[in-house]
Design a binder for this molecule. Structure first.
Ligand code: SF4
Ligand code: SF4
Length: 344
């Protein structure tokens, strides 16, 4: 893959020579070819397309992620560079900015109602200086260009402030309140994610499009109450969208969320005091739940975490409790190489 010419790397050198963009704080020299938990060196685009899901947009999917979620719907993008999928690679920020603005000016975009560039992934935070540059270039062409930043929230406070400086809206994923379940599902702690969610709810409410909570039967069902209580405590008017899990990636055989479970989540949210909770997604996909493995039983506190950890073990993660920052296998992680047989 072709990288950027040396003279045009200045804008990302400072961040990537000792990378602390996210809470893994790997401090590796990505420009020099070292890799941290995300395993990404230079900024890499997976794909880009006009996208009808709200907020309607020209969506740029950035390759790679700092999580290793068992449930990932976009695993061909997020598990870059360890899977076999094709990516667009590095592109000049000016050229990508022009492409985005042109696409948003197209007739198709107008009909769709697409009005912003939506950075998604994978996790866009790991490419933050690149995205800042694309936004700068896009706003040179069209000063009122709107931006959405779609994130798992596992970023430093410094990175969050940088994101809030340029973004128009933010879509923010919450996966679990308790560290136990969060770690088992993603390989990373929930603490920074909850801290950043609270910061946005208290100090940047106008930029929050919605918090998004993927509901995975039996794994994070018990997380809905503490998550919605946390959000209601910040501000009962904050928007929360529950997304119905459907089998994916290392959870390819796990049952999807049912309609009744999704309605129950909205009821729990209302019971917590939230005024703006709703759900979306395809429900009722059949599956079967694996047996909890004896090797993980003592390593996790809750049944949901034990179940997630059992799936992780089946898919090749031998480190329990999971903790990708300190895991000795994080540069040869079997989860990142996992190829599901079923794709929904
Ligand atoms: S995981 Fe986070 S801190 Fe580590 S190299 Fe990737 S972006 Fe940087
Ligand atoms: S093997 Fe290590 S790096 Fe891979 S998911 Fe498990 S804890 Fe994380």
């Amino acid at each position: 893959m072709l990288g950027p010419p040396k003279e045009s790397q200045d804008y990302f050198l400072k961040d990537l020579e000792r990378c602390e963009l996210c809470e893994h704080k790997c401090r590796v020299n990505r420009v020099g070819g070292e890799t941290g938990v995300c395993r990404v060196t230079i900024p890499t685009i997976a794909s880009a397309t006009l996208h009808p899901a709200p907020p309607e947009s020209y969506t740029v999917f950035m390759a790679g992620c700092n999580y290793k979620c068992l449930n990932c719907q976009n695993w061909t993008i997020s598990q870059y560079p360890d899977n076999r999928s094709r990516q667009r690679g590095y592109e000049d920020p000016k050229e990508l900015a022009k492409e985005c603005v042109d696409q948003l000016n197209s007739l198709t975009a107008k009909v769709m109602g697409a009005d912003r560039i939506f950075f998604s992934g994978g996790e866009p935070t790991i490419h933050l200086p690149y995205i800042e540059k694309v936004v700068e270039e896009a706003r040179k062409i069209k000063p009122d260009t709107k931006i959405n930043f779609d994130t798992n929230g596992y970023m430093t406070e410094e990175s969050l402030k940088r994101v809030l400086d340029f973004t128009t809206s933010i879509t923010y994923d919450l996966k679990a309140y308790n560290d136990d379940v969060h770690v088992a599902l993603t390989g990373a702690s929930s603490e920074p994610v909850l801290r950043n969610a609270e910061y946005i709810g208290r100090h940047a409410k106008d930029k929050l499009w919605e918090y998004r909570i993927l509901v995975i039967p039996r794994i994070n069902e018990s997380e809905i109450k503490p998550l919605t209580e946390l959000i209601a405590d910040i501000d009962p008017s904050l928007p929360v969208c529950f997304l119905a899990f459907r089998p994916n990636f290392a959870l390819e055989n796990h049952p999807g969320a049912s309609r009744s479970l999704m309605n129950k989540c909205v009821d729990i949210a209302k019971g917590s005091g939230l005024k703006n909770a709703y759900w979306s997604g395809h429900t009722g996909v059949k599956g079967r739940v694996v047996n909890i493995k004896s090797q993980v039983k003592e390593r996790y506190l809750s049944e949901g975490a034990r179940l997630a950890a059992s799936y992780a073990l089946y898919a090749g993660c031998q480190t329990h409790p999971r903790g990708c920052s300190t895991c000795v296998s994080n540069q040869a992680c079997e989860i990142k190489k996992y190829i599901p047989k079923i794709v929904t």
